[in-house]
Ligand binder design. Structure first.
Ligand SMILES: [Fe+2]
Length: 165
């Protein structure tokens, strides 16, 4: 009889007392030594570490270079939203591609993983949201977030468009 083997990732949580800080809920952390990337679903009073080093909280970028490649075009469809990455098309090569797109809609978080060679876009089926955000992870340029403008407000980069594509 065979028993399943579980391999635990080499990620741990250290106590605040050793100089670390509390993790950030919904934060994305990366280990600079091995490249592990994780998301915190609920923050506890400990510091994340991997390879015996503190993990770095990735800063959500919304401007700067190369912003045009990571611009999120969000289009409302009949039954959801389509998020397309890149005012100019983002590369989708083995060494540089959009790894995933997250979509936050009125407290619901959805994530679509992409692969090299695919289109840098994803469709999220949901009702029209009062508050919506798109977050993108690029294998080279890290984390990007676009907050969609609410009605009567100028947005920070993302575009809400009506009509199915
Ligand atoms: Fe990129």
């Amino acid at each position: 009889m065979q028993f399943p083997v579980f391999v635990l990732p080499f990620i741990s949580v250290r106590a605040v007392m050793d100089g670390g800080g509390m993790a950030e809920s919904q934060g994305i952390y990366r280990c600079e030594a091995c490249g592990n990337v994780i998301k915190v679903l609920f923050a506890g009073a400990g510091q994340l570490s991997c390879c015996e080093l503190p993990m770095d909280l990735l800063v959500e970028q919304s401007s700067g270079s190369p912003a045009a490649e990571h611009f999120a075009l969000v289009r409302r469809m009949d039954d959801g939203y389509r998020v397309t990455v890149g005012g100019v098309p983002h590369p989708m090569q083995d060494d540089h591609y959009i790894v995933w797109i997250e979509f936050f809609a009125d407290g619901v978080v959805s994530r679509r993983f992409l692969t090299p060679g695919s289109e840098p876009a994803a469709i999220f089926h949901c009702p029209e949201a009062g508050q919506a955000q798109a977050r993108i992870y690029c294998s080279v340029h890290g984390l990007w977030r676009e907050r969609l403008p609410e009605s009567g407000e100028n947005g920070t980069g993302a575009v809400r468009e009506s009509g199915a594509s």
